[in-house]
Design a protein around this ligand. Sequence first.
Ligand code: PEP
Ligand code: MG
Length: 293
Amino acid sequence: LAEEQRSRAREPVVLPDGRPIRIMANIGSVTDARAACRFGADGVGLLRTELLVLDRAELPSEDRQAADLAELLDAAGTGPAIIRVLDAGGDKPVPALDLDPARNGFLGLRGLRYLLANPSVLHTQLRAICRAGVGHRVSVMAPMVTVAQEMLAFRTAVDEAVASLVADGVDHRRPERIGAMVEVPAAALAADEICAVSDFISIGTNDLTGYLAAADRTLPSVADLLDPGSTAMRRLLDTVCEMAVASGTELAVCGEMAGTAQFARELIDRGVQELSMAPARIPVIKELLRAQA
Ligand code: PEP
Ligand code: MG
């Protein structure tokens, strides 16, 4: 990018009514984090931690996880960052966890379900996140939330991780906010209940589209059913956004849909305050929203 374009890309987007829109990056590696910085991300809207453990034979230690996360946060720049706890299962195999395709598939113990069933994995990761958060503005987010009760358990797990770090006298920072991904249709239809126990929600349109259409996102044979613009998906997005706005809960979208010229504006019009996308999409979407402002 030319320098002028670059500095424009770094400026925040403000709508004519004064509403600021955060354009954030989805990252999973140091390369992504550097790209986020280069393309002018306002922060990180989704840090996919499973990518940090994918090629490991064993789950990394707390020290290692904290160091890896700190490296990513440092590379991503100075904006706020949302770290998502492990989304193991479904389309994300984690060799270190010895997942079973039947038990941990798309409809099984995936994401937060797996972590609540394996609390020591969650505890270690939350401690690592709090340690890496020193000097950064970190929020934490749970994948595959289905009912509000799971979010309450997640919040308790965050409290326990913080309390254990305090007890151990370890340098750490409590996450600024605790949020839920809305990517399961049951969570979307009960978004009011999820919002009541969350500081923010982030709609994961990749999985939401797949689960809504009962179409596996990894199967080319059903790819044409994965349509974020379908009537059903529009109605569902209307519902989630209306509920989030009515409850005053911060509302983000971090699925691929957020980074498309076709849908970004529609999401903003529904009250979405933050769009998170692949780093290379950031300058494009910022320009688009400014041009339409
Ligand atoms: C999503 O499901 O939309 C999402 C952002 O998460 P992932 O693609 O990592 O499942
Ligand atoms: Mg998902």
